[in-house]
Design a binder for this molecule. Structure first.
Ligand code: FAD
Length: 480
């Protein structure tokens, strides 16, 4: 192996390849913090050419690699393999072009999500996909996981905002797909690459669609007597023809945690709150405000609060955005799950989760992007109590099975990664899984790009999330 590394250092400037344990410790784990793996080396390229040289070396030497953005994956997506290298892309962090007329941005993969919006805002534009980790996660990571966020209900996931990708594939080929004109020829290759979890190769340049910033917002917080009523209200809003910018639900336990952490002043005594935010041109929002009020009145609300100032709007969102970091106020440990159900079955799914929670004897706090049926149940446990972790894991897997049974998905936005790959065959028939394999091999015949992820039966057990990401502990980001 060391001879192979020596050959790599001939292809790159010497300081790009790191094997010192102290430096590499930061790359042994991602947001799935319970699990660590030492890589063979960490490579830190400073140009696209260096990424290409590194991947070609991996292919020539049959050495596996994992691309890494900021390492905030919650499913072990950027966890290294023991005999492989990490290619850390943070130094490829330039916005190469920002075109306000065409409303596009061309970026390197290590650009942090929020930086795109910051750069575009002077032209009244922004990048819509807004994971809660948006102040740290990279566009490369967003593309690999087809990441989402509160506003993806209205604007779609990352895949709806990627119109071009240049990439170096696992076989060392360099490709360029898509076109800034948005009228591309042939199959939707940027779409295929988006969500491929780093299994095809490394995106080196990404062309993003930008949107005009909404003129105004209307934010409503509605309390309900039951979680099911809140879930059913989501269906009622969508059925009415409205398409809010965001619709989020928090249950009583999540509210308790948020109140303890940030005193957000949500209505007392309700079983769940629904946050609905309309956004867009002023006249349209004003018109929809009345429509929304009528729909909500029919959903038997327990309490209601309409934000009349920016401070009130931010206070409502503060409660929602802090939940994951606030859970420490009510539980020493937690696992977070990321499943999806069809949104018209949301109320039913929440009842099933409550039943599982009671049955196993472990509390579950629910907070989620209700508008797109994306659940993020937090399974609360105490790691010091023997057997509690196992019970929490049981709850996690039973919830995922419920999502599959209801016609949903094993991941909404956090990827399959290492964590959920054992569930892949529960969702797809063998022919489909084999097709995934064949597509992957077309890009990467040696299967060196992010080896061991997404497909079941590889070399390590499935993993689960445990504990807060260090950045959550520091209050920099919160999980959705
Ligand atoms: C507190 C917290 C909150 C979060 N909230 C959300 C949320 O609201 N919505 C959401 O969707 N996710 C959320 N996440 C998950 C995570 O932030 C996202 O999945 C994010 O897109 C990962 O970006 P990253 O730069 O950290 O990627 P990494 O974790 O470094 O990598 C993620 C995956 O992308 C691959 N990859 C990275 N760069 C490239 C590239 N250039 N080419 C090919 N593959 C690449 C990696 O190999 C890996 O498989 C959250 C995570 C945390 C810790």
């Amino acid at each position: 192996m060391q001879q192979a590394i020596a050959r790599l250092t001939q292809r790159l400037p010497p300081d790009r390849v790191r094997q010192d344990a102290a430096f590499n410790a930061a790359f042994e784990s991602d947001g799935l913090t319970a699990f660590h793996q030492k890589p063979l080396a960490v490579v830190i390229p400073e140009s696209t050419e260096e990424v290409i040289a590194t991947v070609r070396w991996c292919h020539d030497e049959a050495i596996p690699f994992v691309a890494r953005g900021s390492g905030t994956s919650l499913s072990g997506g950027s966890l290294p393999v023991a005999d492989g290298i990490v290619i850390a892309l943070n130094r490829l962090n330039k916005i190469l072009d920002l075109d306000p007329v065409n409303r596009t941005a061309v970026v390197e993969p290590g650009v942090v999500n929020i930086k795109v919006t910051e750069a575009a805002s002077k032209d009244g534009l922004y990048f819509a996909p807004d994971p809660s980790s948006q102040t740290v996660c990279t566009i490369g990571g967003n593309v690999a996981f087809n990441s989402g966020g509160a506003h993806c209900l209205k604007y779609g996931m990352t895949s709806n905002h990627v119109i071009g990708i240049k990439a170096v594939l696992g076989n060392g080929d360099v490709v360029g797909w898509g076109s800034p004109s948005t009228d591309a020829i042939g199959a939707d290759f940027p779409g295929l690459f988006t969500g491929s979890e780093g299994l095809f190769g490394i995106a080196t340049e990404i062309t993003l669609r930008l949107l005009p910033k909404p003129e105004t917002f209307h934010t409503v917080l509605v309390g309900y007597r039951s979680l099911q009523a809140a879930g059913d209200a989501v269906s009622a809003v969508i059925e009415s023809g409205l398409l809010p910018g965001a619709m989020e639900i928090m249950d009583a336990l999540s509210i308790e945690a948020a109140e303890a952490a940030v005193k957000c002043g949500y209505p007392k005594g309700c079983a769940a709150v629904l946050i609905v935010e309309l956004e867009g041109p002023r006249e349209r929002v004003e018109y929809e405000t009345q429509q929304l009020a009528d729909v909500i009145a029919r959903t038997d609300p327990y309490a209601q609060h309409v934000a009349t100032t920016l401070a009130e709007r931010l206070s409502i969102w503060k409660g929602r955005k802090c939940v994951f970091s606030a859970v420490g106020h009510i539980s020493p440990d937690f696992l977070v799950q990321d499943g999806v159900v069809p949104r018209n079955r949301l109320g039913e799914a929440l009842v099933r989760i409550q039943e599982i929670s009671r049955d196993v004897g472990i509390r579950v706090a629910n907070v989620f992007h209700a508008g797109d049926g994306n659940l993020h149940p937090m399974i609360l446990y105490d790691g010091n109590v023997p057997g509690e972790f196992d019970k929490a894991e049981e709850v996690c897997s039973r919830i995922i099975k419920v999502c599959i049974e209801m016609g949903g998905s094993i991941t909404g936005e956090h990827g399959v990664g290492m964590e959920k790959r054992e569930f892949l065959p529960d969702m797809f028939d063998p022919a489909t899984v084999e097709l995934f394999h064949r597509i992957r091999r077309a890009f990467d015949p040696l299967e060196i790009a992010n080896r061991g992820k997404m497909f079941p039966g590889a070399d390590a057990p499935s993993l689960s999330m445990s504990g807060l990401h260090p950045l959550e502990k520091a209050g920099v980001i919160s999980r959705e």
